[in-house]
Design a protein. Sequence first.
Length: 384
Amino acid sequence: MTVLYVIVAVLILGFIIFFHELGHFLFARMFKVKVLSFSVGFGPAIWRKNIGGTEYRISAIPFGGYVSPLERTKIDILAEEVKERLRKDKLISSLKEEYIDLLVWEEIEKNFGFSREDIQKHSLESRPFWQKFLVVFAGPLFNIILAFFSIYILLLVGLPSLGTKVGKVMENSPAERIGVKPGDEVIEINGRRVKTWDDVRRNIAISRDKVIIKVKRGEEIIEFTAEPEFRNGRKVIGILPDENSKIMLKYSVFSALPESLKFSYDFMTALLKSIPLLFSREGVESIGGPISIAKFTADAVSEGISSVLMISFFMNINLAVLNLLPIPVLDGGNILIFFVESLVRRRLSYRVRGAIAIFGLFILLAVAALATFNDIKGIIMKKI
């Protein structure tokens, strides 16, 4: 893993995060929500520039990023802090409450560049539910769009896949009983043409009582009928692929579009189904941190454009799905809060929101600590 590959990997990760935050930013601007800052990365800023009331910044830690829209909850906290500080002045504390409020907002506008009118007209909370939902959902949506674009380009360039040649037939399996042999090339399942081993597996899984399998053996075409068995919750007939049977799957400009949609949908569905596995021992041990992510991305860069596009697809879909989990401080958690507020028809107090945010942050810090521990453990055991 050379330094060049690591630099390129960091740039790729930075772009994926930038594109996610760009979704939030563009939809916020579309609905006239004031954006205070747009940062690629976390931590201290290494570059910053204020344009049109928004501070654009590149921060030191590239594994993250954020968009800060004008939020009434944050301003309520800020206003309380300013008010408490002003009340320490005996002269000011003797004034009526409405005059103190005027002084508070005068100081906020002077130091932070937004007024009470901005809060009423351009804060995120001032928007209707559907607009707030879209502003928050836009981040994961942009990752899904980027994932779709990555797999679309990959299908045009060529997607390395396992072919349909049988490598092994399991003992006492339906396939062995009907006479399927290693070396047979599967060409049809239940009347559907198959190009890859994923097609074979999928068509067997969705079959009903019988699997009609057509294979090519030498120059001969043979048709078999098998009764599938259930193993690990899915239908199988007991055949494994030939790992050396590789093909390059290519599509035209137009045919790649539906295939990209199908590929994206299938992967997202599989990822959602696998979420409960994260709570198993194997799932906990598989959680990787920035070192693992950087290594996988750098390895993909070293292997060429196809691997880069594939890992871009995987990372974008993972980022989209994980961000939509209903965990406070993640996009899914914010959507859940907006939904609750729309049901009760009032805004949660900043204290309640603050407590929820702290709880969500605790969860994220725990996951980050676990991921870092796994990275360090991997280095010690020379698995990374």
